[in-house]
Ligand binder design. Structure first.
Ligand code: E4P
Length: 236
């Protein structure tokens, strides 16, 4: 039940990767923009390669920036050629619900042998169709599902049951994390992976009472050292 990091900031990724607690990285154009990425496609290439190199062989998702059939195909081929561990994110359908993306997803996986992460999904039924099309990862946006007044856990439970029963290879990534508690509750509901924004990963790790306890140990440790300062190691 791995955790991925939902970020394109190399220093953030490096920090959590060095701790050994992340098993992959997800990005999208909105995250890249928010993280201050510049330089157009060359900027995306440089950043994606840097992240892929840093975490290899862990998977890195890079999203196409277009919804035109031919450009999705060509971007997917280019992005996946940057590193072996890069998979390509494609949205489930176009901005007006255009259906052609599914055909591209199927073609990328089955003809071009490119791993696809189908994204921007809000329901188990969308994810199931993406899985049938051959997607390696199906990304459901748990926080947005909850924002719409539904419970993401219900969708995750249904989806995991259906995927397991159909022996489809797709792995469920639940993204759009909003609260620390989302991570464990979504994994428990059946997500294969939860992708977490950096500040929530920090929130999972740091507990105010742990801080207080560590402060107590350090305070008392200093006192013990002070009291024992004339004692030799052999005497301890
Ligand atoms: C997908 O991988 C992300 O989690 C995506 O950025 C959605 O997150 P948001 O709903 O917080 O924007």
């Amino acid at each position: 039940m791995p955790i991925f990091l939902d970020s394109s900031k190399v220093n953030e990724i490096e920090k959590f990767h060095k701790m050994g607690i992340i098993r992959g990285v997800t990005t999208n154009p909105t995250i890249m923009l928010k993280d201050g990425l510049t330089g157009g496609m060359a900027g995306i290439e440089e950043r994606a390669k840097a992240i892929a190199r840093l975490v290899a062989p862990l998977p890195v998702s890079v999203e196409v920036t277009t919804n035109e059939h031919d450009r999705i195909l060509s971007q997917a081929k280019i992005f996946s050629s940057w590193a072996e561990n890069i998979n390509v994110k494609v949205t489930i359908h176009g901005p007006q619900g255009e259906l052609e993306n599914m055909e591209v997803i199927h073609e990328l996986e089955t003809v071009h042998d490119i791993r696809v992460n189908v994204t921007a999904m809000m329901s188990a039924q969308q994810c199931f169709l993406a899985a049938l099309a051959g997607a390696t990862y199906v990304s459901i946006f748990g926080g947005r599902v909850n924002d719409m007044g539904r419970n993401a856990c219900g969708e995750i439970i249904k989806l995991r049951n259906v995927l397991d029963a159909s022996s489809l290879k797709a792995q469920i990534i639940v993204g759009s994390t909003r609260e620390v508690l989302n991570v464990i509750e979504w994994l428990e509901a059946g997500a294969h992976i939860v992708t977490v924004v950096p500040h929530l990963l920090r929130g999972m790790l740091v507990h105010p009472y742990s801080k207080e306890t560590v402060q107590m140990f350090l305070r008392d440790g200093a006192e013990v050292e002070r009291l024992l300062k004339d004692t030799t190691i052999e005497e301890l």
